[in-house]
Design a protein around this ligand. Structure first.
Ligand code: PMP
Length: 309
């Protein structure tokens, strides 16, 4: 996937040209992974000539909670961060889908592994962005030989930069072995999630997804899909531990995330999922989700924040 550089950045309290948003190589967050980030999409609706951010308040609530886990203190609220992001996106002026990346990081240029007494900095940028997983209707995943980080090591419910070294190991080993992504198991051997997405399976007509106590990131897409599956598809959705072999036997399997959106998984470790093609639940959810993120479903308008006035 090719990314173009951002046009502007929110950096040291103001919006500047991206080229001016520079940090030194000794920056704490870069060395020790003492940073947290977010990932928010904004979708272009050509009919309305409007850019809609998807659930920014929920994303920023999680972002500030992640920062709290690293003992960072900011005066910001989800509202103020959403407003800054609107200003940034208006300055950028994109008429296309974009991905917003806020980063809260320990900004001092010092040696010393700790959280206290290190300055908390904040940046936000946006880049053009479309698909993340190429095979989003027929992904092939493996079960990773890496285990998911535990809440008592690096809490997965925080989107902590250092934890993504683990996600990168999971993703790259899967990719080099020819898979689109991997499911990762908890220390106890339950399915936790993908490298950077949550997972759902349909078994005996019920939608199941690992509980937030199984070291998952509490995904905004996951939460949206749970609500949609219940309200629009009339499905029962259960958050419960998922065994490895359940994903070999289930009727449908799919991944959810801001980048991955809703990605149907049709093979796990060379075993076809159900009939080996995308199933009706994933197909219907993808259709609904695709419409609602572009602000086309009045019932879910409260999830869309319009960028341009
Ligand atoms: N798990 C991990 C580890 C992730 O990085 C992401 C992406 N943010 C998700 C799940 C999905 O979360 P969301 O739907 O909020 O993007």
């Amino acid at each position: 996937m090719e990314l173009t550089l951002p046009i502007h950045a929110y950096f040291h309290g103001k919006i500047v040209p991206y080229a001016e948003a520079k940090i030194g190589v000794l920056t704490h967050g870069l060395h020790y992974g003492t940073a947290v980030f977010g990932g928010i999409r904004a979708y272009w609706n050509d009919d309305e000539q409007q850019l809609f951010m998807f659930r920014p308040m929920d994303h920023y609530r999680r972002f500030l909670n992640s920062a709290k886990l690293l003992r960072m203190t900011y005066d910001h609220t989800p509202e103020s961060l959403t407003q800054i992001t609107l200003d940034l996106l208006r300055a950028d002026g994109y008429h296309r889908n974009v991905y917003v990346r806020p980063l809260a990081y320990k900004g001092d240029e010092i040696i010393g592994v700790k959280l206290h007494g290190v300055r908390d900095d904040l940046s936000i940028v946006a880049v053009p962005f479309d698909r993340y997983i190429a095979n989003d209707t027929n992904a092939h995943v493996t079960i990773s030989s890496w285990r998911r980080l535990d809440d008592n090591a690096i809490p997965a419910r925080g989107k902590i930069s250092g934890a993504y070294a683990s996600s990168a190991l999971i993703k790259t080993d899967a990719a080099l072995a020819g898979f689109d992504d991997a499911l990762v198991l908890t220390q106890e051997g339950h399915i936790s999630e993908g490298s950077a997405m949550n997972v759902f399976m349909a078994r005996d007509g019920v939608l199941g997804t690992p509980p937030i106590t199984d070291n998952i990131l509490e995904g905004i897409t996951r939460r949206s899909v749970i609500e949609l599956a219940k309200a629009e598809l009339g499905l029962e959705v259960i958050e419960r531990p998922v065994d490895r072999t359940e994903v070999y036997l289930c009727e449908e399997l799919f991944l959810t995330g801001t980048a991955a959106q809703i990605t149907a998984v049709t093979k796990v470790d060379h075993r076809p999922v159900g009939e080996g093609v995308m199933g009706p639940v994933a197909a219907r959810l993808r259709e609904l989700f695709g419409q609602l993120v572009e602000g086309r479903l009045p019932k879910y308008k409260h999830w869309n924040v319009a960028v341009y006035s």
